[in-house]
Ligand binder design. Sequence first.
Ligand SMILES: [Zn+2]
Ligand SMILES: [Zn+2]
Length: 226
Amino acid sequence: MTRRYDLQVHTDASPCSSAPPERVAAAAVDAGLDGIAVTDHDTLANVDAVRDAAPEGLEVIAAVEVTTTEGHLLALDVSKAPPRTDPLTAIDHVHDQGGVAVLSHPFDTLRQYYETDLDALADAVDGVEAVNSRCVRRRYNERAAAFASARGLPTTGGSDAHFPMEVGRAYTSVEGDGSLADAVRDGRVRPGGRGRYLSGHVATKLHRFRTASGRTAANLVSRRLP
Ligand SMILES: [Zn+2]
Ligand SMILES: [Zn+2]
């Protein structure tokens, strides 16, 4: 049996998204997914709301996209948001809770990315996101896949949706029964779907422009993507 999960989905609990929980749940059903990880930036605030809106048969994984001092980290199947700290400490927090830690778009240099102590990182982490739909350059996902392959790490996929229409653009295929977390630990996961979704970033910039209050125009045109 193969299940499909989108392992990176944001909602309006993220400052860069305006997606209401019920629309995210509906979009996941429309995309034919078996589950999604709700991965808002540094918060679990909307996990229960998405669960409440999800129909029977759509699994909702409690998750966080942690802002570490280097790259972003997906903390999957956690009950508390890990602190915004260095990557290795954040990974320890995830493991202490029984969750799994996956490097999120790890080498996308237009966003936060990882560059130091990659050996220690590879030893500590459970997996690497190798298909992220919001990586606008193909080489960012390719480098993530090559890193995972060289280190023997499982790979996942996620849309990094900030709008409902993006949900399911990338996904993780899961082989076998049991929990998603165990499937990542056992390496029974495989990424699929599409990267290079530039228009999502354009939509996020517009959203920020509409919601920005008291922020300078310079912030809005910064080269860093959400
Ligand atoms: Zn991210
Ligand atoms: Zn974001």
